[in-house]
Design a protein around this ligand. Structure first.
Ligand SMILES: Cc1cc2nc3c(=O)[nH]c(=O)nc-3n(C[C@H](O)[C@H](O)[C@H](O)COP(=O)(O)OP(=O)(O)OC[C@H]3O[C@@H](n4cnc5c(N)ncnc54)[C@H](O)[C@@H]3O)c2cc1C
Length: 450
């Protein structure tokens, strides 16, 4: 903490605290090993949060060339929320990605490399190539990792083009999901969700609702006679409920029952062997194995190893920030938002739209020696596709308290699936993401920013 403050003061004293020699000398006062380069702000990750934050910072007008650095090893940036639409045959995966270097403003220093480690006491990070990069303020937003190893046999089944196992949580296989849905003519379809935090906790059932509607339209599934239909559908979730927010859970549970979908709660997928899926059960009960003709899998997810093993992580491995200010609890010049953060809300791009204005405001205040007084209220949103043409638009704050934008504006109940919300999900959100969010000009429920 003390060292971070010293670095901050040293930087402020310099006329231009960027990648200049002067800045490097400033950092040399607090570091044993002077990093080759230093920046006023280093942003780790050029995903939804990293692009939004770095561009919002730039738009403040307070930064010059190379003052802000973005570090990300990726070649492509993906609009991940669109992968559900790909799984439902509504978009192609290629139209949802952009070359990352084309999204990074030329005023940034872009390190197209991974971060291997943190030295918060030294105000530096280490890149995959071994180089050290110094910072005055650090923003840690590398998202989370998908743990394919959490399900034995999953990687092999996904890679096998003849298997009916797929996942929308991956660029390579999101289109396989639609192939398997189209091919299934009869038998048992199982859709899984793991216990524990994942990106967009609604997506595992969104793809199921689309598949159900597809089979209904094809005459293969009759919700009023599920057992007499050619296809039977099960939702096997490691969670005890359909959705974590009580209001929307009630609506989705009602849909599940009305549509004849079997609910296998607290069933956590652990292994796939041919056409058999094995689920762990709670309270030491013996695991159960089910046969399937189609299996849509959502693997467990968790923090990247380089974050989890660092001094920045909490016990669970997420970047340990204050729930309100998004500032690190120990290192006052470190910030986090999005999936990698410890913020106790849903891991969605929608949540990021409300986190980043707070983070950016507080970081800029800090650079000016002022208090970080902006507070994030936990806002997150999940547009739950319930069929082709309808979406239930869940919006909520910390504590699972509904916070409905359109409910406030028009007095409607967003737990009722609507056509207008479907067009938000299918057309508006992908458009606003690439035209505004990644450029730092989208504030989610608050609309456009500068
Ligand atoms: C199938 C699916 C459906 C979804 N549906 C929705 C939805 O409907 N609505 C919604 O709001 N959200 C949805 N989401 C969630 C949303 O996509 C994520 O919450 C969001 O992308 C998280 O942003 P992020 O910046 O934290 O992480 P990401 O966008 O994942 O970006 C992380 C970045 O960090 C980089 N990185 C990784 N490791 C390193 C490293 N070592 N060093 C440097 N950089 C690194 C990565 O290359 C990546 O570019 C969905 C996600 C999926 C997968």
């Amino acid at each position: 903490m003390l060292q971070a403050r010293s670095a901050s003061l040293a930087c402020r004293a310099a006329t231009r605290c960027a990648s200049s020699t002067l800045a490097s000398r400033s950092f040399a006062t607090v570091s044993n090993v002077s990093p080759a380069r230093s920046h006023r702000v280093v942003v780790i990750g050029g995903g939804a949060a990293g692009l939004d934050i770095s561009h919002k910072l730039l738009r403040s007008g307070k930064f010059s060339q190379d003052d802000i650095a973005v570090v990300d090893p990726a070649t492509w940036h993906h609009y991940q929320p669109g992968w559900t639409l790909v799984g439902g045959g509504l978009k192609t995966k290629e139209e949802l990605r952009r070359p990352l270097n084309g999204l990074v403003n030329p005023k940034f220093k872009f390190y197209n490399d991974s971060v291997a480690g943190f030295s918060p006491e030294d105000n530096s990070i280490t890149l995959g190539n071994g180089d050290k990069v110094g910072y005055e303020q650090l923003v840690v937003v590398p998202g989370i990792a998908i743990n394919y190893g959490s399900v034995k046999g999953l990687s092999e089944a996904l890679a096998d083009s003849r298997s009916s196992v797929s996942t929308i949580y991956n660029y390579d296989t999101c289109d396989k999901a639609y192939d398997t849905i189209q091919k299934l003519q009869k038998g048992t379809a199982i859709f899984t969700q793991p216990a524990g935090p994942i990106k967009c906790a609604g997506a595992p059932q969104k793809i199921m609702w689309l598949a159900l509607d597809h089979w209904k339209r094809a005459g293969l599934y009759d919700p009023s006679k599920p057992s007499g239909s050619a296809i039977q559908i099960s939702f096997a979730t490691g969670m005890p409920v359909m959705f974590g927010v009580a209001k929307y859970n009630a609506a989705l549970e009602q849909l599940r029952k009305e549509r004849g979908v079997e609910g296998l709660f607290q069933h956590d997928l652990i292994a796939i062997d041919g056409d058999k899926a094995t689920f762990a059960l709670p309270d030491g009960k013996e695991a159960v194995t089910k046969r399937f003709d189609l299996l849509h899998v959502v693997p467990k997810m968790g923090p990247h190893a380089f974050v989890k093993s660092s001094a920045l992580a909490n016990e669970a491995g997420y970047v340990d920030v204050d729930d309100g200010t998004t500032r690190h609890k120990k290192y006052s010049n470190v910030w986090s938002a999005g999936d990698a953060s410890s913020l106790p809300t849903s891991k969605t791009a929608a949540a990021i739209t409300s986190q980043t204005p707070v983070l950016v405001h507080n970081l800029l205040q800090t650079l000016e020696g002022k208090a970080a007084e902006a507070t994030y209220d936990g806002y997150a949103s999940c547009p739950l596709l319930t069929e082709y043409g309808k979406v239930l638009l869940a919006e909520f704050k910390y504590g699972g308290v509904p916070s409905e934008t359109f409910g406030d504006w028009f007095g409607i109940d967003q737990a009722v699936p609507r056509r207008s919300f479907y067009y938000l999900k299918k057309n508006f959100f992908p458009w606003v993401y690439y035209n505004h969010m990644v450029k730092g000009t989208w504030g989610g429920p608050k609309g456009w920013t500068n």
